[in-house]
Design a protein around this ligand. Sequence first.
Ligand SMILES: [Ca+2]
Length: 250
Amino acid sequence: MRIKTSHLVLPIIAITIYAAIANMHTYGCWTPLTITLLSPVNTTYSMNSVPLTFTVNRETSWIGYCVDDQGTVTIAGNITLSGFLDGEHTVIVYGNDTCGIMSASEMVHFAVDTTPPNITDISQEPPASNVMPEDEVTVTATVTDYVSNVMQVTLNYTNGNGTWSKVDMVNSNGDKWNATIPAFPLGTNVTYILKAEDAVGNGITTEEMGYTYKYPVIPEFSTKVMLSLFMLTTPLAVLLYKKGKNAPSN
Ligand SMILES: [Ca+2]
């Protein structure tokens, strides 16, 4: 009996499907490849390197990762991702199972913040040249931070006796922070430093920025005496000037 080619089509298809099913069964292809990212997580890191850690539920033939949509990089397993700039980032891990089916982890969003806050516009009231014994001194500064928020700003001051006092500065208006140094006796030389810290622990002091703030406590009468002298001498000077102007010239 002669077998027509058309009679072979169905058996071949059946055998192919059976082989494929057997192969899928042998290699567990019925179970989808699941990639679970353990690190990084959705948070802000204070270092520019982050561990890339993940698990898979079955054998893989290929694994790769993609950071910030910058292309896929092949890896053999967990690694450390490095060289991140401060800011927001994403990462996703891809994998092929032994049946050649690709899966992907969930995309993880995270941030990197390695920079301490910026302290600017530091001022005090009364000014450093005019602090008298009864004066409390209010110190004001602008403090900002890139990526994470300003967590804490402190004012540290000393009267030169070797000990430092610390007071938390209050966020009064936008990026403005202020705190008060108590009054000190006449002749005291006060030194103060501001320290700021962001939400992930990056800190800086005004001393580290190269700024030192000092003021002496001066006598209370000095300004009043100066003012009285000014009020007394000014009319006298005007009078002498007018007299000189009106005097007949020789
Ligand atoms: Ca920061």
